[in-house]
Design a protein around this ligand. Structure first.
Ligand SMILES: [Zn+2]
Length: 206
């Protein structure tokens, strides 16, 4: 797809919601607040209304900077899990790349959460992983627990919320189910295409 590179001072036309009409715009560097009022992105190129000076358009070249600023607002996700689940994640990370750090746990978790949320991995898998997890890793009283703590982007936090709503599982139970699926795909099945993909991710992220 061919896209135009805009520079400061370029002119265009767009509908201004403030002026409620088609207006002339001029591209300029602006600090733009997010629509929900939380945070802002500094010095991006934006199309500014020639009449009221409000930002009315943001060209394609500015969207990665907006996304980056957005992603910096991290959300903590925490769960107290039977210790075996952390062992599963660590072993899976080790199997992908024996040099990977615990940071790679997060890469695995976020990849799976996102794929489940997109429906790329069917919802039925998550529910069946949940049943299998409870059968396989029984939780008797006094079982040792460890805390999984990750900082994720707002998008992944949304993915997790959506999965909780759609499966009626708690956050902890969704996380256990995802870890069980990772166990099944990586430790048990060692799916070749997936292992290759994860190997590349580990070089980039962990
Ligand atoms: Zn205007």
């Amino acid at each position: 797809m061919k896209m135009k590179l805009y520079e400061e001072g370029d002119r265009s036309r767009a509908v201004c919601h403030h002026c409620k009409q088609l207006v002339g715009t001029t591209f300029a560097r602006r600090t733009v607040p997010f629509s929900d009022g939380h945070g802002e992105v500094k010095n991006i190129l934006a199309g500014v209304c020639n009449i009221c000076d409000h930002v009315v358009t943001v060209p394609a070249q500015s969207t990665p900077a907006i996304r980056e600023a957005r992603q910096k607002e991290v959300k903590p996700i925490e769960a107290q899990l039977p210790a075996i689940y952390l062992d599963v994640l660590d072993l899976a990370a080790y199997q992908v790349d024996s040099a990977s750090s615990t940071e790679f746990r997060k890469v695995l978790m976020t990849l799976y959460l996102h794929r489940f949320a997109l429906g790329e991995y069917p919802r039925a898998w998550l529910l069946s992983a949940h049943r299998s997890a409870l059968e396989r890793f029984g939780e008797h009283r006094g079982i040792a627990r460890r805390r999984l703590s990750m900082k994720v982007t707002p998008r992944i936090a949304e993915d997790l919320k959506m999965l909780m709503a759609e499966t009626a599982l708690s956050q902890t139970e969704v996380i256990k189910s995802v870890i069980y699926q990772i166990q099944s795909d990586i430790i048990e099945s060692h799916k070749p295409a997936l292992m290759k993909e994860l190997g590349t991710l580990s070089v980039i992220y962990a």
